[in-house]
Each structure stands twice: as C-alpha cells, then as structure tokens.
Design a protein around this ligand. Structure first.
Ligand code: SPV
Ligand code: MN
Length: 650
C-alpha cells in the first residue's frame, strides 16, 4: 500500500518554510523583479512553498523562473553553454554534453525509494528509511547550489488536460537538465495551477550537480520520496539520474496508477506507435521493452510514431484503451543508429534544422560520431573519457569504444518525419489495440506470439527476461524484467501484478475493444537454433513484419496457429509480409524462429515460477497459467520430442 503525505516532508523539514507568507519573503529576498513577476503568475501555494524550500536548501546565488517563452529557453541554452555543461557543435542547434565517466548510466546502486517504517517494497528495488534520507539531505544538500542559479520549470507529463497527465516541477542548478526538460516535456507554466487542481497532485524534483567531480560521484544519491512524490538528485549529471521528470516521476506514476487508480489506469515503460494496415486503417500499439532493447527503433518503424519510452493508459467511456506519451521528446541511445535501420532519426541527426543535445559520443572537428553509425569513423577526437584515439585502451587494457554504449541524443519527437504530432498532442490519447512485451532473449521465445486470454497476456508481461544492457551502471547477466518496468515499480510486485490482471480483464472493454496482448523477441541467435555463433537470426528491419502481422491478426485478417504459449503466425502470411520489405523468407528460417523449443520454455516457466513463489501475495492465476502451459508443453514433448515445429499444430 502507498499512503501519500505520510511522514515528514523532507524538503519542508530542511527548508523550514511552512507558510505562503514565509515563501513570499524568500522570493522577495532571492528573486530579482523580472523573476518575481514571472513567479507571481503561479498561485498554487503548495507549489510555491516547495520552490521556497528548495531555495533555502540549495542557497543558489540567484533563481531563474522558466516560463517556457522563447527568451527563457534561450537564456537556459546560454546558461548551460556559459557554465560549460554543453558546448556548441559545428551544426546549428547541436550541442554536446559529457557526463563523468563514472556517471554514464542510471546509478542503480545509489538510487533509493524513501519509505516509512513497515512499508512493503518491490523485491527488485532499494529503499532507504525516511530518517536516513533526511540525514543525507541535511548533510549534503544545504548550500549545494551556492555560486549557481537555480532554474525552476513547470511541466506537464502528458498533453495538458489528458486524463492520465500529471504536472511536475523541475528545479535544478543545471542548465543541461532544464534544456533537456524543454525538449522532453511540455512546459505548462500557464496551465500549471489548473492542471495541479485537475489532477489533484503534482510531482516535485530537486537536482544539484555540485562540483561535478569524480570524487563527488560516490556521494551521489537519487532519492524518490514515494509519500511526498518528491525526488532529490545530487552530485551527478546523467539525465537518467538527474532529469527526474523522466524515470523518477515515472516511478511515482506507477505508484499512483497501482494504488490510487486501480482498475482505471496503468503507467508503463512502453513505446506508442501506429501501423497502417490494408485500406489505410491505423492500428496503435503500446510496447514494453527493457532499457537498451530497441524500443526507440521499434516505435519508429510505425507509420504513426507517438513515443519511445513511456505510456500512461486508461480505458475511455467507449471501452477503448487510450495511451498518452508523458514526454514530447526522445532521449535515445545512438549506438547502432544508422541510415539503414533508423532513416527518420538519422535525418534529424545528420540533417539541418533539428535541435539536438548529444551526450557522451565522440566529437571530432565539431561533428558527433558513434559506434554503429554506418559511416567512416575518425581516428581521434574527444569523448566521454577525454581525448580518444583509435586503439586507446583503459587501465585494464580493454579497448575504449569511440562512443559510450549508453551515449544518447535528445531531440523533439515532432522532428521525426513519421511522428503523429497531432495525435501525440491530443489529450484524448491514442486508441491502443495491441500491447507487446519484449526483452533480449537469445534462446527461448519465438519472434512473435499472441496471448489467448488477457490473463495469459499479463503473464507474458510478468515473464520478460533480458540480458543486462549499458543503461544501468554495474548490471550483468540475464535478469528477470517483469513488464520491462521492474526498475521503476516502487511497491510490491504482487500489487502491480494485481492491477494488471484487473485492468486487462476489465468489463469496460467490449469484444471489439479489448486489446490483444503479445510477446516479441528479436534476439534469437543462430547458436541457439541449431546453427552456431551469436549472430541474430533476423535483422532490425524484420520488426516491421512482426508488427505488421500483429496488425493483421488484431483486425481479423489472418489466423494464428494455436499452441500452448499462444497463437503463432502461419508461414505463408509471413512470406507475404517479408515481400513488402523486399526480403525472401525461407521456410528453414521460419522453422528456426517458430518451432517450440520445449525444454527451454519449460525451464523458463520454472525459473519464473520459482522466483515468483518467493514473493508474497502473488495472484494464484499466474501460477495456474504457468502450470497449464507447462503441462501442455510436456504432453507435446511426449508426442513430438523436444523441438516441435508449428505445422504439428495444424
Ligand atoms: C532507460 O534507460 O530506460 C531510459 C533512459 O529511457 S533513462 O532516463 O536513463 O532511464
Ligand atoms: Mn526507458
């Protein structure tokens, strides 16, 4: 359970500002007339008291109120350049930002939920008691913004007025963080009061990078106060650790949906995209994948791209599942982004007229380069670890890549040629017909399969596994990644799972609106399918076929093959779809991809069942489905052996 406003509000305790009159005194003391004037347009007293407390806590030299006006945004760009957080690149509107080598990804071991004594948390999350977090803030944060300007921005996570949109305040001494916020979130300065009132809450984020030295990073903390929906981030700059409008507030949205909007809303780590089917019909997808597993690429394959990272969903009065993107921009991984696989994104990155903040790539003569860009690489330049030259090794003798694996580009989603900007900005949300779940699974599940029931769909989400990626510092091995949202689920996994079962079985859906739920996996290798080596069986562009088949299936244009794990595509239907991307699709490849490898799947079921059986209060439905699927799979094995090709089912 989650109880809001329980325990002491750390920001208020340390700041000491309790009334609006005291807050106004702080503003009169710290803000110049221009910024006082701007702030006078915000009337929400709770919000103003938070801003005053952040000022008292951080003790910045000055305070800048960002109204989102072109002049204010320009001021932020220049502040960031002046402080050296960003540098201009050769192309107009492009800048480079470097994070310290120790701060290239989410600092999972320094990221905590602030909890009250006795609160049940996700077994996959770290938590810190409120009193210990208070001690940290008291020790490290007073005066942390001295010598700097604190910038205050007011944003909406979602199109203003959308059912699932929640406003948020971002306060930081970093120009880079606020510059990124302007590209990634909707500035709602004018609507903040009304939105806070409509939603009944807002999120608060406080960040300070301090001196930004490697010696500081061990003291870095990312704290998320669940009860007060307030984040604190210190001594780091990587946006995943600092721009807590993104994953910090996503975590709060997950909490809020799970405990306060049960049966009504979900908050997911999902892309949103539309596919155009026969006759020009549009079918919208929301799809989960762990960080660094190609969510951005998948999203951009659609004809109507809406978002690449997060989705907030609800069921509308007609029983249609609706999704909004809480973001309006992309903080995308650039490794392996190239003309072949990501033509629209490349147009923005290499063309003119798109504002781009690059991070942690190689810069040579003012031009950014990255691993896998499909272009000729320079021999030297500057990257995340300083001077770089081809063949340079680290202290352990390991080759240093041209760009960090988690290096990124930040830009407006509307800059992407296939972005469906009008729908993305509509508070109505996109009508979602297909939900997908995927992970880096090299040896078990087929490229695509569809759940037969909502319960089985929920189990697909619960059963995602994935190889560790560079998006988290220190992560290794193959991990369970429930719903690809695990790093962002604060409360007990059982509670989140119940919310999934309830929502997808909701009686508000009709037979025609209930979404289809599917698994996707592009990571099967030759070595695990009768060949050898780690090479993938498919290519990036095959995604179009898997999504295209789901589009046809969800609209009743093709039938699936019924198997214990769900419906699989028929070979002939895939051949036709591969033709549309100019590829042959040999039957032998189909056999490799879609034969059921029974022992692998049964092992996977056992792994999940064992892990979930250690967790308290998991719904029995999950175990019943695992049991049923396992029994059916073992019966198949008795009849056909351990590798069962799909024609055995016809
Ligand atoms: C991810 O890692 O899932 C991201 C980037 O989308 S971060 O902001 O680091 O979470
Ligand atoms: Mn993400």
């Amino acid at each position: 359970m989650l109880e809001l406003k329980k325990g002491e509000d750390i920001l208020a305790v340390v700041g000491g500002v309790a009334t609006i009159a005291e807050a106004r005194n702080v503003f009169a003391d710290k803000l110049d007339n221009v910024n006082l004037q701007k702030l006078s347009l915000i009337r929400n007293e709770e919000a103003l008291i938070k801003v005053a407390n952040a000022i008292i806590l951080g003790r910045p030299d000055s305070v800048f109120i960002n109204t989102g006006s072109p002049e204010d945004i320009q001021w932020i760009r220049e502040y960031s350049l002046k402080k050296g957080e960003e540098k201009k690149l050769a192309k107009k509107g492009h800048t480079i930002h470097f994070d310290l080598p120790q701060d290239q990804a989410r600092l999972v071991n320094q990221t905590y939920y602030i909890i009250n004594p006795g609160e049940k948390m996700s077994s996959l999350a770290k938590s810190v008691l409120r009193s210990d977090a208070l001690d940290y803030v008291k020790k490290y944060m007073p005066g942390i913004m001295a010598g700097k300007t604190m910038i205050v921005g007011f944003y909406s996570r979602g199109p203003v007025g959308a059912e699932a949109a929640i406003p948020a305040i971002e306060m930081s001494s970093s120009g880079y963080v606020l510059h990124s916020a302007e590209l990634l979130y909707r500035n709602c300065f004018e609507h903040f009061d009304a939105e806070a009132e409509r939603a009944g809450l807002f999120f608060t984020n406080v960040h300070a990078e301090g001196n930004n030295t490697p010696e500081d990073v061990p003291n870095a903390r990312i704290f998320m106060d669940r009860s007060w929906m307030t984040t604190f981030s210190t001594f780091c700059t990587y946006a995943g650790n600092t721009l807590l409008l993104k994953k910090g507030n996503h975590r709060f949205s997950v909490d809020y949906a799970t405990y306060y909007k049960f049966e009504e809303q979900l908050s997911e780590h999902m892309f949103i995209t539309g596919m155009t089917g026969p006759g020009g019909r549009k079918t919208f997808f929301a799809g989960a994948a762990p960080s660094g597993c190609g969510k951005t690429t998948t999203a951009m394959v659609g004809s109507d791209f809406i978002g690449d990272d997060l989705a907030q969903m609800w069921i509308d009065k007609n029983g249609v599942l609706r999704a909004i993107n809480p973001e309006k921009g992309i903080f995308g991984i650039v490794e392996d982004v190239n003309k072949e696989g990501d033509p629209y994104l490349m147009e923005c990155l290499r063309g003119d007229n798109t504002e781009v903040i690059w991070s942690n790539v190689l810069i040579a003569d003012g031009v950014p380069y990255w691993v896998g860009n499909g272009e000729e690489a320079p021999d030297k330049g500057v990257n995340f670890q300083g001077e770089w030259f081809k063949g340079k090794t680290d202290a352990n003798g390991k080759l240093i890549p041209m760009s960090h694996k988690n290096s990124r580009c930040t830009l407006l989603a509307s800059a992407i040629a296939n972005h469906a900007t009008e729908l993305a900005e509509s508070p109505e949300g996109a009508p979602i017909k297909v939900i997908t779940y995927s992970g880096r699974d090299s040896d078990t599940m087929p490229p695509v399969w569809v759940a037969k029931t909502p319960d089985e769909g929920v189990v697909i989400g619960a059963s995602i596994v994935s190889k560790a990626t560079a998006t988290e510092v220190g992560a290794t091995g193959v991990n369970r990644q429930p719903w690809a949202n695990a790093p962002f689920i604060p409360g007990a996994l059982a509670d989140y799972m119940k919310a999934q079962f309830i929502l997808f079985n909701s009686s508000k859906f009709t037979d025609t609106t209930r979404p289809f739920m599917a698994g996707l996996n592009y990571f099967l290798t030759h070595g695990n399918r009768g060949g050898s080596g780690d090479k993938l069986l498919g290519e990036k562009k095959d995604v179009k076929v898997w999504l295209g088949w789901l589009e046809l299936f969800a609209n009743g244009d093709v039938e699936g093959i019924s198997t214990p794990i769900g419906y699989l595509p028929k070979y002939d239907d895939l051949v036709k779809l591969f033709k549309t991307i100019d590829k042959e699709y040999p039957k032998s490849l189909y056999e490799q991809q879609f034969s059921l490898y029974i022992d692998k799947i049964v092992d996977r079921i056992d792994l999940q069942r064992n892990a979930y059986s250690k967790e308290a209060d998991i719904p029995v439905r999950l175990f019943e489905i695992y049991e049923k699927q396992k029994n059916q799979l073992l019966q198949l094995k008795d009849r056909f052996g351990s590798i069962v090709s799909s024609d055995k089912f016809i």
